[in-house]
Design a protein around this ligand. Sequence first.
Ligand code: NAP
Ligand code: F7E
Length: 324
Amino acid sequence: MKSALILGVTGQDGSYLADFLLKKGYNVYGSFRRTSHRLFERLEYFDILDKINLVKLDLTDPISINKVIKETQPDELYNLAAQSFVGISFDQPILTTNVNATGALSVFETVKESSNHTKIYQASSSEMFGNSNEIKNEFSRMNPASPYGVSKVFAHKTAQHYREAYGLFATCGILFNHESPLRGLEFVTRKITHNIARIKLGYDKKLFLGNIDAKRDWGFAGDYVKAMWQMLQQDKSSDYVVATGESHSVKDFLDYAFDYSGLGDWKDFVEIDKKYFRPQDIDDLVGDATKAEKELGWKPSITFKKLIEMMVDSDIKLINEHVF
Ligand code: NAP
Ligand code: F7E
């Protein structure tokens, strides 16, 4: 039986990946950090909480990283743990850097010293590219536009360095935005579908957003965690872009989501609030996943419209069941 350690198992991708690996017969370890409130709702959604070996780890605490990796000696390690919200990274740049950059470095160093058979997946991001007009591939210039993006460039380059200097199997998945009914409530897609459900069921009247001209390449998280696993089944570590190849604006998302929900024209419900604008934003991001398709046989299975339908349906069901 293969073993996998998922850092950040309580997150969107962590829970989808845990479900995927358990179905493949893996012994799954998943890291969490203590909080004073509910934490495992995504694992409960998949009904897999009791199937995961939970381990306590914080990326800002190298002692916990050391202990967990030494004890578990996993065949595969997925570093999905991060301060993943770009917006807050402008307000908490040091925390973001400590978690995403220094934390990743501690993971690579510990694997090198005490578990060097472990294959590492590093969660890199399209945010590393920043603004420029072309479709992005593995060789595109990195020009990050947020503390989050900068922290991910550090971790990405450090993974490449450990690969080259020490022969570590450290693969970076450069994933473009991926969403699901389990997406955090502050990200724009889920914020829209959650608020559509609240408006539709009479709990709210308005939805406040920021830069709705921004365009992103949005895929489905379930498809993207499969790509992560496929990357670690290769003989050599490398970098892979994972994306749908289509970009849509937040306005396009609003158009279809409001139309599908039956609420009609989003302009009757949406107001712009300056507080949701970032000091710097990326206008448009679209990825070229040709390498992942050729080498991994990976392709997205869920369209932009289908993704929106899944998210709207799920949020209406949750609000109907009084899950806020
Ligand atoms: P997410 O839902 O925000 O999950 C992040 C996970 O990291 C959570 O389990 C969180 O724990 C954990 N975490 C946060 N701070 C930590 C710390 N100091 N120590 C240990 N764990 C910590 O993010 P996601 O959407 O699943 O994304 C997974 C990874 O992919 C992240 O690294 C993200 O930056 C990257 N990424 C995401 C996307 C995307 O579109 N989703 C695209 C490219 C890259 P709590 O539950 O306790 O907060
Ligand atoms: O913003 C605009 C916002 O926060 C998308 C993370 O998973 O993907 C994600 O980062 C766009 C931005 O995601 C609101 O300004 C408008 O242009 O949903 P988001 P993100 O910043 O693209 C990358 C690939 C990651 O790696 C990250 O971890 O939507 N926008 N109005 C808004 N965004 C939010 N959150 N809230 C608004 O009200």
